[in-house]
Every structure is written in C-alpha cells, then in structure tokens.
Design a protein around this ligand. Structure first.
Ligand SMILES: [Fe+2]
Ligand SMILES: [Fe+2]
Length: 403
C-alpha cells in the first residue's frame, strides 16, 4: 500500500444519518412516531395550554410580560456610522456575551427573561453543537455585514449576452472547469447547512453568517452551471477522485474539523483558482464571474482561518488539540493533491492557461505557479491560526509534475 493509499484509508468515517422518510410507508411510520411523541408531551404542553385557556375563559389577562425585573430593560444599543450592525447589538455585555457552553436547547433568545421559564420549555434534541469553541470566529459579525451588502445576482449581474465565442477546445476547457466548480460548490453549501441546524440558537451570529455562505455557494453553483451552458457547450465530466475528497469534507466528525477542511483547505484552493481568473478567462464575461465569486470566497476562507484559530486558542489542552489537528491535516492535505491531479481540473486549467490543447505543456507551467501559490497560502493561513504545518506538510511545496 502506498503512503497516499494508507492515508486515505484513515479518512474519518461517520455512521450514516438515519434516512429521511421518502416512501409512502416511511411517511406513514414517521407520522405515527411524531404523533406518539407529541402526545407524550401533552403533560407539559397541555398543562401550559390549559392555564392560558383557563385565564382567557375567566376573562383575565396575564400581563406578566410588563414585568422587566429579569430583563435588561433600558439598555440602549447605538448605531455606528454604517447603521445598526451585528457588532453594535453585541456591544452591551448583557446581550453580546456568548456562553462558552450553552444548555439552552430551545429558541428562547439570549438576553431575554428566559431563566424564569427554563423548566417549562422543550428541548430540541437536534441542537447538539453547544460549545462556542466549535464555531466562533472573532470576525464573524464583520463578515456577516459584508456578506449582506455584497450580494450579487448571477441572473442580471453577469453580461451573459456579451459572451464571445472562443475555439471549441477552449470552450470545452471552460465548460469542464465550470463542471468541476459546480460539483465543488454543492459541498461548500451543504457543509454549513449540515451544521446550522445542529447549532444552538445562542450562537446565532455564526448561524447567520453560515446562512450567507449557503446563499453564496448556491449562487456559485448557479453561475458555473449557467456558464457551462451559456456558450452552447454544456456540462462535461464529473471528477470521481475529487468526489472522495468532497465526501471527506462533508462527513467531517466536528464542525471545526470540517471548517478546516472546507474553508481553510478546500476553499483556499478555490480562492487561488478564482484569483488566477485573469489567466483562466478567455472572455470578459468569465473574468467577471471569477471576480465576483472571489469576493465571496475570501469571506469564507477568512471565517475558516479565524474559526480554526479560535478553536485552538480555546482548547483546554492545546498540545493535544494541535496533535489531533496535525493527524487530521495529514489526511486533509490530500484534498489539494487530489484536486490538482484530477485531470478534469488540472488539464482544463492547463489548456486555458496555455491557450490550446497543443500548448498544454506551457499551461502546466502556469499550473505549477498556481500549485506553489495554493500551498504557500494554505501554510500562511495555518501560521495565522497558530498551527505550523511547514515541517509536516504531506504534499510537495513545489509542483511535482512540471512539464
Ligand atoms: Fe463557492
Ligand atoms: Fe465558499
């Protein structure tokens, strides 16, 4: 077994999620279980409901909500120069202090008079991400604000009607790269979605940002799918080897580990490709697509880097956390190797850089430069997070297949 094979054999495996109800029989059974479960809650739900019905039938009002004793009544939040931002409303400590660990597994807002109702409220079992260290990043509020103002629309912001024809092989390469990117964008959107619904609402700042990432990735998937079709080419070949790397990202055991794989490693690689858009684009339409996607991707990479730093900084036993992450990164770095040896990506990029299939060797020189940039930028992000991989990086620092 080669070193690569044995590393890939150690990929983190998690058990499959219980399958969702799909067939008629499954829906019937799931409905039965839901009804039984909520009948079981009647003691608590029904008691509260009955109290409210009794009060109304007596012609009384509760008006308990006028009592501000357990609230932070009178705390005013002040808008800054850009308006009332996410950071502004976190400025008062009573509202903006996030717990290191939360036991609030329901929807009662952080900062409300919720302590009074603790025992009366339901537990949402699905909320099992309860530690700040698994998702917080110091830049998350800033990135959320930026994401809201920098949204764009692939329907109207790309000058599709100006897409000029290029040679058939260049169009094939552009369509192949678009197919690869479409594939990648699916996992980039699905990964945060898997964790948002598990994250307790006390960490809503992170969930809000991750929701913008999901919208961004949906738009990226959409724009590359459109690009493949807009030049009368079409969707080309999927990338089987890279699909295994995408699976490893999606099925990461923890949010922090997955964020390292997706945002630091995978999206770092994609960001470098978008930055090289100047050399990959044969039309100004392609340049505009890469430019707009690059802005979004930079936010995702920036979140991932600071989330990873915050995770390591918060670790009770930093040496152990570092050792675990080094083991994880030994596998994770195979994502870069797998992407840049996947012919669907490597060769389409080389043809776009070279200018034709005949000039693929010249294009490979450009890919070599891209490789060094990707690996160096990845190592810089690791440095920034306090995680030096320079002596342990499992992939070559220089492009191994120079023509
Ligand atoms: Fe993306
Ligand atoms: Fe992204």
């Amino acid at each position: 077994m080669t070193a690569t094979e044995s590393r890939v054999k150690d990929l983190p495996i998690i058990l499959p999620e219980p399958s969702e109800a799909t067939s008629g029989e499954q829906v019937e059974q799931a409905t039965e279980e839901w009804v039984e479960k909520f009948r079981g809650y009647y003691d608590q739900w029904g008691t509260l409901l009955q109290q409210n019905l009794d009060r109304l039938s007596r012609g009384s009002y509760s008006l308990h909500w006028l009592d501000t004793e357990h609230t932070h009544w009178g705390t005013r939040v002040q808008p800054s120069s850009r308006g009332l931002t996410a950071a502004d409303i976190d400025r008062p400590k009573v509202y903006g202090t996030l717990p290191e660990h939360t036991e609030w597994r329901n929807f009662a807002p952080r900062g409300s008079a919720r302590d009074l109702y603790k025992d009366a409220m339901p537990v949402i079992e699905g909320y099992d991400v309860l530690d700040k260290s698994h998702l917080w990043a110091d830049n998350v509020n800033t990135l959320y604000e930026e994401a809201k103002v920098r949204q764009w629309n692939s329907t109207t912001d790309i000058p599709w009607s100006e897409l000029e024809p290029v040679s058939e092989e260049l169009e094939k390469a552009a369509c192949q790269l678009s197919t690869f990117l479409t594939e990648v964008e699916f996992v980039a959107g699905d990964f945060p979605s898997r964790w948002v619904w598990r994250t307790a609402p006390d960490f809503f700042e992170v969930n809000n940002f991750l929701t913008t990432q999901m919208v961004d990735e949906a738009r990226h998937m959409e724009v590359f799918r459109k690009r493949a079709m807009a030049g009368a080419g079409g969707l080309m070949h999927p990338s089987p080897a890279f699909e295994w790397a995408l699976k490893a990202i999606l099925e990461s055991p923890t949010h922090s580990q997955g964020t390292f794989l997706l945002n630091v490693l995978g999206e770092g690689l994609v960001l470098s490709i978008f930055r090289a858009g100047e050399f990959l684009s044969k039309t100004h339409v392609d340049k505009e697509i890469f430019r707009l996607c690059m802005q979004d991707e930079a936010r995702h990479v920036s979140y991932g880097t600071l989330e990873f730093k915050a995770y390591l900084d918060a670790a009770a036993d930093r040496e152990r956390a570092l050792a675990d992450m080094h083991r994880f990164a030994d596998i994770g770095e195979q994502i870069i190797l797998t992407a840049l040896s996947e012919p669907a990506l490597l060769e389409s990029v080389a043809v776009l850089m070279g200018g034709s299939v005949a000039e693929i060797d010249e294009g490979m020189e450009g890919v070599g430069f891209l490789w060094s940039t990707i690996v160096e930028e990845y190592l810089q992000r690791c440095d920034r997070a306090g995680f030096s991989r320079r002596d342990r990086c499992t992939i070559p620092l220089e492009f191994p297949w120079a023509a």
